[in-house]
Design a protein around this ligand. Structure first.
Ligand code: PLP
Length: 399
């Protein structure tokens, strides 16, 4: 539509939210849809967090705006949590509380990029990164690493993509959509390369506590302390504490960057909802017991879904060791008749649409993550739903 800005016309809508919205609309119309689309933990927010929020609702001091970068107590709690979990010190002034990790991503690029600046995005990538880069006038540069490398970036390929305009690189481990946890060697080598070439590192650590088997999150700022002057860490409560709807995230950056992000926020959203920030204080300053409990639940589902996917002829799913996503190669299901109607899909996008329409199973096509030929299944859903969804996929794909 001509009236709209080029800026917004160049943005692709969020495919993950679109799949989720379609699945939810089908459900609302009475259809029994199994949703592997959204990255939403199916656990409730812990009671002690909800209690803190309920108490905050009754205290009139929380009816006011908060300081733009967040409540001082929350910024302090986030700094303390960073020392506890990541193993290094940050000052509360380096923390800016944002409306979800998503706003932290958006703000980071708004304050870092000039028109034409390039951001290297290891691919498969989380669907919002390239769009946030484009919205800031930047140019996303994708560098693909496939299942053959465990979806771990290859330093030589990153170097080949580097130009004079390279301003930043994204690190996202544990990773959405692949579930890969990058090795300490990979993380360290990216940090050293970024230092050598004066490239900002944007480390999205939102799945930090969701590791399985022997995998462990390598915190880039702890592994290579010298990179901290050019490091921006993104995080939030959505995944760790089952709080996606509360919309609390944050960024941790060198002071001038944090100040700039707060300045931007001052004109955009003023601050995150006061009550949500009070809830987040309870979450981040509490123990990690609830996370460990959820992780055990996810781990059992991870094993179940990987086994079920690999049992389907034409599906190949490496075992992920982080987050709550299984990223399955479905290219062998393309260009052949599937389902009761013999539907032929020529892309993973068409396959996802057919699977949803015909088998009522929602998964996100790899196109949304720069990886055609794959489907992403979030396994943050109930065990019986997972089993039923896999049964339907298997039945549909075997006809
Ligand atoms: N980063 C990654 C890699 C994600 O997967 C998500 C959510 O799906 C986010 C950031 C943002 O989460 P939120 O805005 O809900 O805090």
């Amino acid at each position: 539509w001509q009236t709209l800005s080029d800026r917004i016309n160049h943005v692709t809508p969020s495919a993950t939210l679109a799949v989720d919205a379609k699945a939810k609309a089908m459900k609302a119309s009475g259809l029994d849809v199994i949703g592997f689309g959204a990255g939403e933990p199916n656990f409730p927010t812990p009671d002690y967090v909800v209690d803190a929020a309920a108490a905050a609702c009754r205290d009139p001091k929380n009816y006011k705006y908060t300081p733009t970068p967040g409540l001082p107590e929350l910024r302090e709690a986030i700094a303390a949590k960073t020392l506890r979990d990541s193993g290094y010190e940050v000052a509360p002034e380096q923390v800016v509380v944002t409306n979800g990790g998503k706003q932290a991503v958006y703000s980071t690029f708004q304050v870092l990029l000039n028109d034409g600046d390039e951001v290297i995005i290891p691919t498969p990538y989380w669907t919002s990164y390239p769009e946030a880069v484009k919205l800031a006038g930047g140019v996303p540069v994708t560098v693909f690493a496939g299942a053959d490398r465990g979806f771990e970036p290859d330093l030589e390929a990153l170097e080949a993509a580097r130009t004079e305009r390279t301003k930043a690189i994204i690190v996202n481990s544990p990773n959405n959509p692949t579930g890969a946890v990058w090795s300490p060697e990979t993380v360290r080598s990216i940090a050293k390369w970024a230092i050598e070439h004066h490239i900002w590192i944007i480390s999205d650590e939102i799945y930090e506590h969701l590791n399985y088997d022997d995998a462990k999150t390598t915190y880039i700022g702890a592994a290579v302390p010298e990179c901290r002057d050019q490091l921006i860490v993104l995080n939030g409560v959505a995944k760790t504490y089952a709080m996606p709807g509360w919309r609390v995230g944050w960024l941790i950056a060198p002071r001038p960057v944090a100040k700039a992000a707060a300045k931007l926020q001052g004109h955009m959203t003023s601050n995150v909802a006061n009550v949500s920030q009070r809830a987040a204080i309870a979450a981040v300053s509490g123990t990690l017991d609830v996370v460990h409990m959820m992780r055990e639940g996810f781990d059992a589902r991870r094993k179940a879904i990987v086994a079920a996917l690999n049992a389907i002829d034409g599906v190949n799913c490496p075992t992920p060791t982080g987050a709550f996503y299984a990223f399955a190669d479905v290219s062998a299901l393309l260009n052949r008749p599937l389902g009761p109607n013999g539907t032929v899909s020529s892309s993973s996008s068409e396959l996802a649409a057919a699977l949803l329409d015909e088998a009522h199973v929602a998964a996100v096509p790899g196109e949304a993550f720069g990886a055609p030929g794959y489907l992403r299944f979030s396994y943050a859903l109930a065990d019986d739903q997972l089993a039923e969804g896999m049964r339907r996929f298997q039945k549909w794909a075997s006809r």
